[in-house]
Design a protein around this ligand. Structure first.
Ligand SMILES: Cc1cc2nc3c(=O)[nH]c(=O)nc-3n(C[C@H](O)[C@H](O)[C@H](O)COP(=O)(O)OP(=O)(O)OC[C@H]3O[C@@H](n4cnc5c(N)ncnc54)[C@H](O)[C@@H]3O)c2cc1C
Length: 465
C-alpha cells in the first residue's frame, strides 16, 4: 500500500530541510516510535524536523509522489497514539517551530508556531496581564499544535471551554502541498465553511498546522483553590452536580479518587492532606473582585459540607496552590508508576450524569475484579478511567481490556456521553468509533478525509475503523 523510504528519499528530505534536520539513527527511530500511550509502538523510517510551512509543503509533494506516509508530531505527549507512525514512513516533527511570534495587546490575540509548549504561552501572556485558559495537565510538556489537533481540554474547561473556543486563525499545509490560511485575528467570521474548526480536533489527519492565532482574555485578578476530602466516593461525585445546579461556575472541579492521590504521593514523595479520604475535589474559583470570589467560596464550601465533606481546605497563596496542582498533574505518571501496564479511557458525559457514570464504573470494576481508578475533569463531565493490570496474568489482561472498553463505552453512551472528551480517537479507539457514530456520519467524515488527503498519506491508521 505504501512504499518504503529509500536512501534517495532521505537525500531528498535533506535537500528540503538541511542535513541536521533529518534523522535515521536508532536512537531517533526509537524515541519517535511512541507517544505517552501505554503499549503502542511503531518505528518511523525517518524523522524530519521542519521549520516552515514551505518545507512541510515540499515534504508533502515528495511523500505524495513516492506514496510515503507522513505522521505529524508535536511533543509526543498524546494519549491515543496519534503521533505514532503505525505505517512507518516519515515522522514530521514540529518541535523546532517553537516561536511565539506576537502578543497583540490591542486585539487580545497571540500568534504562535505549532511547536511552542503550551505552558510557555501561558507564562508569556500572563506576564502581559493576559490569559490563555486551556490548561491540559500536560501543559509543560505538550505543544500547542498537538492541542489544536486533539482539541485539548483541561481542568478550566468547566468555565472557559477548550482549545476550540480560542482558535481564531490557522495556517495549514494540505497533503497536496497547498498552504492555506483560515480565519485570522477576527472575533467574527462566517465567510464560507468554518475550516478553522474542522481542523481543530482532526488529529493530524487533514493538514499540518504551521501557524496559530489564539484569542486571549484579561487575566482574572483573584483566584482561590479549595481541596475538599470526602469519606464517601459517591458524595464527592454528587457534589459536582450540586455546585453546577447552584449556578456557580468554578474555573475547575477536579475529581481524584484515593488511589490516584496515594499514587501521586508515592511518585512525588510528598503528602496531600487527608490522603486517607475516599476521594477529593479540587475546586478553583476565579474572578476580578475579591468579594464576589469569597461569596462563591462560601457557597461552594457549604454545598461540600452539606454533602458530608470532611473539611474544606483553602489555598490562597501560590505555594500551597502549586502543591495541590502538582499532585493532580502527576496522576497520569503516578498511575503508570504504580502499574506500568494500565489502560486509560477518557469518557465524557453530560455533567449531571457524573454520579451515575462513576457508580457504573465501580460496578464494572467489581464485576471483573480489576482495580479501576477514576480522576479528572468531573466539572465538565470528562473522567479519566484507569484500569490497572497490577499482578493480573498477561493473557487475562489482554482479553479483559477490550471487554472493559466496550462496557465503559456502553455505559457512557447510555448516559448521553461519548468515547473521548479530549484525548482523541487516534490509533487506540478507532475500532469503537461505530459505537458512537452512525454509518452516515462515518461516511461523511471519510469523504472529508478523501477531499483533503486523496492518497491517504497523512497520518494513516488513525480515527477510522
Ligand atoms: C500526564 C499527561 C496529562 C495529560 N493531560 C491532558 C489534559 O488535561 N487535557 C488534554 O486534553 N490532554 C491531556 N493529555 C494528552 C496530551 O497531552 C494532549 O493530547 C496534547 O494535546 C498532545 O500534544 P502533543 O504536542 O504532545 O501532541 P502529539 O502527541 O505529538 O500529537 C498529538 C496529535 O496531534 C497531531 N499533531 C501534532 N502537531 C500537529 C500539527 N502541527 N498539525 C497537525 N497535527 C498535529 C499528531 O499527528 C497527533 O495526531 C495528557 C497527557 C499526559 C501524558
Amino acid at each position: 500500500m505504501y512504499n518504503k523510504v529509500t536512501p534517495q528519499i532521505v537525500d531528498a528530505l535533506r535537500a528540503i530541510v538541511g542535513e541536521g534536520s533529518v534523522r535515521t539513527d536508532e536512537e531517533a527511530l526509537e524515541k519517535y516510535a511512541h507517544d505517552e500511550t501505554v503499549g503502542l509502538w511503531a518505528q518511523p523510517e525517518v524523522v524530519v524536523f521542519v521549520r516552515s510551512a514551505p518545507e512541510v509543503a515540499e515534504i508533502f509533494r515528495l511523500a505524495t509522489r513516492e506514496r510515503i506516509p507522513v505522521t505529524p508530531r508535536g511533543a509526543g505527549y498524546g494519549l491515543s497514539g496519534g503521533a505514532v507512525p503505525v505505517f512507518g514512513g516519515i515522522v514530521l516533527s514540529t518541535e523546532k517551530m517553537n516561536r511565539i511570534l506576537e502578543i497583540d495587546k490591542q486585539n487580545l490575540m497571540v500568534t504562535v508556531e505549532p511547536g511552542v509548549i503550551t505552558g510557555d504561552i501561558h507564562r508569556a501572556v500572563e506576564a502581559e496581564g493576559l490569559f490563555y485558559p486551556p490548561d491540559p495537565a500536560s501543559l509543560d510538556s505538550c505543544s500547542i499544535g498537538g492541542n489544536i489537533a486533539e482539541g485539548a481540554g483541561g481542568p478550566r474547561a468547566v468555565k472557559y471551554g477548550t482549545t476550540k473556543d480560542y482558535v481564531c486563525g490557522l495556517e495549514a499545509v494540505l497533503p497536496s502541498g497547498d498552504i492555506i490560511t483560515c480565519g485570522g485575528k477576527r472575533v467574527k467570521d462566517v465567510t464560507g465553511y468554518n475550516l478553522v474548526q474542522l481542523l481543530v480536533g482532526s488529529e493530524g489527519t487533514l493538514a499540518v498546522v504551521t501557524k496559530i492565532i489564539l484569542r486571549l482574555l484579561p487575566l482574572p485578578k483573584v483566584r482561590v483553590d479549595l481541596l475538599v476530602p470526602y469519606d464517601d466516593f459517591q458524595a464527592a461525585a454528587d457534589t459536582v452536580s450540586d455546585i453546577i445546579a447552584a449556578r456557580i461556575l468554578p474555573a475547575t472541579i477536579e475529581f481524584m479518587e484515593q488511589d490516584s492521590i496515594r499514587a501521586a504521593e508515592r511518585l512525588l514523595q510528598k503528602t496531600v492532606p487527608y490522603d486517607d479520604a475516599a476521594a477529593h475535589l479540587l475546586i478553583q474559583l476565579d474572578g476580578n473582585r475579591q468579594d464576589a470570589v469569597d461569596a462563591d467560596m462560601e457557597a461552594v464550601g457549604e454545598i461540600c459540607l452539606a454533602r458530608g465533606a470532611r473539611d474544606v481546605l483553602v489555598a490562597k497563596d501560590t505555594r500551597t496552590r502549586d502543591r495541590l496542582w502538582e499532585a493532580r498533574r502527576a496522576i497520569v505518571d503516578a498511575l503508570k508508576h504504580e502499574s506500568p501496564v494500565n489502560h486509560m479511557e477518557d469518557v465524557v458525559v453530560p455533567r449531571a450524569e457524573i454520579p451515575a457514570l462513576l457508580r457504573g464504573i465501580k460496578e464494572i470494576a467489581r464485576r471483573h475484579s480489576v482495580r479501576i481508578v477514576c480522576f479528572g475533569h468531573a466539572g465538565d463531565g470528562n473522567v479519566h478511567v484507569n484500569a490497572l493490570k497490577d499482578a493480573m496474568p498477561e493473557e487475562e489482561w489482554h482479553a479483559l481490556v477490550p471487554v472493559l472498553s466496550e462496557e465503559i463505552y456502553r455505559l457512557t453512551l447510555s448516559l448521553g456521553g461519548t468515547l473521548t472528551g479530549e484525548h482523541g480517537i487516534g490509533a487506540t479507539r478507532r475500532r469503537y468509533l461505530p459505537m458512537a457514530l452512525s454509518p452516515a456520519q462515518i461516511a461523511l467524515m471519510r469523504g472529508i478525509k478523501d477531499v483533503f488527503d486523496p492518497h491517504h498519506i497523512l497520518n494513516p491508521g488513525k480515527i477510522f475503523p
